[in-house]
Design a protein around this ligand. Structure first.
Ligand code: C2E
Ligand code: MG
Ligand code: MG
Length: 465
C-alpha cells in the first residue's frame, strides 16, 4: 500500500474526480494515463489523455470553481498531488496583472468548455478538433502562468466508470508532457517543500551556533543561530538550499517561530553553562545574545512579534539577549511593515542587525532612519581585504559610517589572524568567522569555550621532578 499521502494511486477504470466536484488538488502524472472527459447525456466525450510528465486538474485549483470535466484512470496510475494552498501562496504574491490574466483565461476556458458540452450530443468528430486545440492551448498557457506546488486528499471515488472503447480514444489528443527539465525541477521543488513541512514538525531541523566575539575585550559576546536540516535519508541539507524553499512556500513563518523558540531556550542553557563555569565566566559577556535571521515573509505574520515577546518572557531571557538579523532587501521589501515591527521589538529591548551589509540594493539615505543598531559587514568585503585595497577602503568606510550613526559593526567571515589585526586596527566592534569557530551544535559550545579559555593542564611527565 502507498504510504506517502502526497502520492495517490488509482487502478484503471476509477474516477479521480467528476464534473461539479470541488477542485482542491491538481495532479502531476508520474506513471500511467488519465483521460479527461465531458459527460454528455448518457455518454462521455473524451477530451484529452494525460500521460507521464503531464499536469492536470489545475483549473479548479487556480480559480476555485468546481471541476468542469471528469477525470478517469485509463490505466493504473501514480499521481503526485498538488494542493490549493501551494498554488494560492504563489498566485497571491504574483503581479496583479498576471492574476487578472489568469482569471480571464480561466473564465474563457470554462465558457469554451460549456459550449463544447452543449455541442457534443452527436456533433461531427471533425468539428471538435479546433475546439480541442483551443482548449489545449489555453490549458497549457494556464499551466505555464501558474507555478507548481502540494498536499493530499483522500482518493475515495465513486464506482466504475462507463467503458471507454479504443475507438472513443483514437481521436483524442495525448497531452504533451511538461518539458523534462521543468518536470524534474518541479518534482524536486515539490518534494523538498513537502519534506520540509514534515521536517519542521518531525524535529529534523537543528540550530547551530556560531560565536561572535567582542574585539575590545576578546570576550564571547553572542552567537548567530543558523538552521540546519538533517534529512533522514539525504543527510545534511544546506540552508542555502532549503531556506529559499521555505520562503517561497510560506513555510518560513512556521520555521522562524520554531527557530526563535529553540534559540531562546538553548541560549538559556548555554548562558548558564558558560557564565556559571569557574574559569569561563570571565571570558563571556553577561548580556550574551543570540542573533536570529528573519526573512521578509516573516513580517507578514502580524503575530510574530507578539510571539517573540511571549518566548522571551517564558524562557526568562532579558529582551537584550535577542538580536534580529534582516538583510537590506528584507527591509526594502515592505519598508513600512518591517520598520514598524522592528521598532516595536526595539522598544521592548531587543536589537536589530542589518545582515550582509553592502550587498543589497539600498540607498544611504535610509541608513540614518533605519530601525537597526548593528551593521554586519558582508564576508564578501572582508575576504579580499588584504589582496584588494579597495575592499579595505570599503570596510574602513562602513565602520566609520556606522560609528558616526551610533551603530555597532560585526565583521562576518573572519578567517585569519591578519583579518583580526586589521579589523582591530579599524575599530570594528565584533568579529564572526571560522578563525574563531564554525557554526556548531549547542552541545559542543562548552567544549569549544574550554579549549579556548580553559585548556586542561598539560599531563605531567612522570620522569620529571
Ligand atoms: P548569513 O545569515 O549571512 O550567515 C552567515 C553564513 O556565513 C553562514 O552560512 C555561516 O556558516 C557562514 N560563515 C560564517 N563564518 C564564515 C567564514 O569565516 N567563512 C565562510 N566562508 N563562511 C562563513 P550558512 O549557515 O550556510 O547560512 C547561509 C545563509 O542561510 C545565512 O547567511 C542566512 O542567509 C541563511 N540562513 C541560515 N540560517 C537561517 C535561519 O535560521 N533563518 C533564515 N531565515 N535564514 C537562515
Ligand atoms: Mg545572518
Ligand atoms: Mg550574513
Amino acid at each position: 500500500m502507498n504510504q506517502d499521502p502526497l502520492i495517490q494511486t488509482f487502478s484503471a477504470g476509477r474516477w479521480l474526480f467528476e464534473a461539479g466536484d470541488p477542485g482542491d488538488v491538481a495532479y502531476l502524472v508520474e506513471e500511467g494515463e488519465v483521460v479527461i472527459a465531458l459527460k454528455t447525456g448518457e455518454g462521455m466525450t473524451p477530451l484529452a489523455v494525460y500521460g507521464p510528465g503531464s499536469l492536470f486538474g489545475e483549473m479548479a485549483l487556480i480559480d476555485q470553481n468546481p471541476r468542469s470535466a471528469s477525470a478517469l484512470a485509463l490505466t493504473d496510475c501514480r499521481l503526485r498531488v498538488i494542493s490549493r494552498e501551494q498554488i494560492l501562496h504563489r498566485t497571491e504574491q504574483a503581479d496583479p496583472l498576471l492574476r487578472l490574466f489568469l482569471s480571464v483565461l480561466m473564465g474563457n476556458l470554462r465558457k469554451t468548455l460549456r459550449q463544447l458540452e452543449g455541442t457534443q450530443g452527436g456533433a461531427a468528430q471533425g468539428a471538435r478538433a479546433p475546439l480541442r486545440e483551443l482548449l489545449q492551448e489555453a490549458a497549457d498557457a494556464a499551466v505555464r502562468a501558474s507555478a507548481v506546488g502540494t498536499h493530499a486528499v483522500a482518493p475515495e471515488r465513486r464506482g466504475q466508470a462507463p467503458a471507454l472503447t479504443a475507438l472513443d480514444l483514437a481521436a483524442v489528443p495525448r497531452v504533451q508532457a511538461v518539458e523534462a527539465g521543468a518536470f524534474k525541477g518541479a518534482l524536486r521543488a515539490l518534494n523538498l517543500e513537502q519534506e520540509l513541512g514534515v521536517a519542521i514538525r518531525a524535529g529534523q531541523l537543528r540550530l547551530f551556533y556560531q560565536p561572535i566575539m567582542e574585539i575590545s575585550t576578546e570576550r564571547l559576546a553572542g552567537f548567530e543561530a543558523l538552521v540546519r536540516w538533517v534529512h533522514p535519508e539525504r543527510g545534511f541539507i544546506s540552508p542555502g538550499e532549503f531556506v529559499p524553499v521555505a520562503e517561497r512556500s510560506g513555510l518560513i513563518v512556521e520555521m522562524t517561530r520554531w527557530i526563535i523558540g529553540v534559540a531562546c531556550t538553548e541560549l538559556v542553557s548555554m548562558r548558564r553553562d558558560l557564565l556559571g563555569h569557574p574559569s569561563l565566566g570571565a571570558h563571556v559577556l553577561e548580556n550574551l545574545f543570540v542573533s536570529v535571521n528573519f526573512s521578509s515573509r516573516d513580517f507578514l505574520d502580524h503575530h510574530l512579534m507578539g510571539y517573540v515577546h511571549e518566548v522571551l518572557a517564558s524562557s526568562g531571557l532579558p529582551p537584550y539577549s535577542l538580536k534580529i538579523e534582516i538583510t537590506e532587501s528584507v527591509l526594502m521589501s515592505s519598508p513600512n511593515e518591517v520598520r514598524e515591527a522592528l521598532n516595536a521589538c526595539r522598544a521592548r529591548g531587543a536589537s536589530v542587525a542589518i545582515d550582509d551589509f553592502g550587498t543589497g540594493y539600498s540607498s544611504l539615505s535610509y541608513l540614518q532612519s533605519m530601525p537597526a543598531d548593528t551593521l554586519k559587514i558582508d564576508q564578501g568585503f572582508i575576504r579580499p581585504m588584504h589582496t584588494d585595497e579597495r575592499h579595505m577602503a570599503l570596510v574602513e568606510s562602513i565602520i566609520h559610517l556606522a560609528r558616526r550613526l551610533h551603530m555597532k559593526t560585526v565583521a562576518e567571515g573572519v578567517e585569519t589572524q591578519e583579518d583580526v589585526d586589521s579589523l582591530t586596527g579599524l575599530r570594528c566592534d565584533y568579529l564572526q568567522g571560522y578563525h574563531f569557530a564554525r557554526p556548531m551544535p549547542p552541545s559542543d559550545v562548552l567544549a569549544w569555550a574550554e579549549r579556548r579559555w580553559a585548556p586542561p593542564p598539560a599531563p605531567q611527565d612522570e620522569f620529571l621532578g
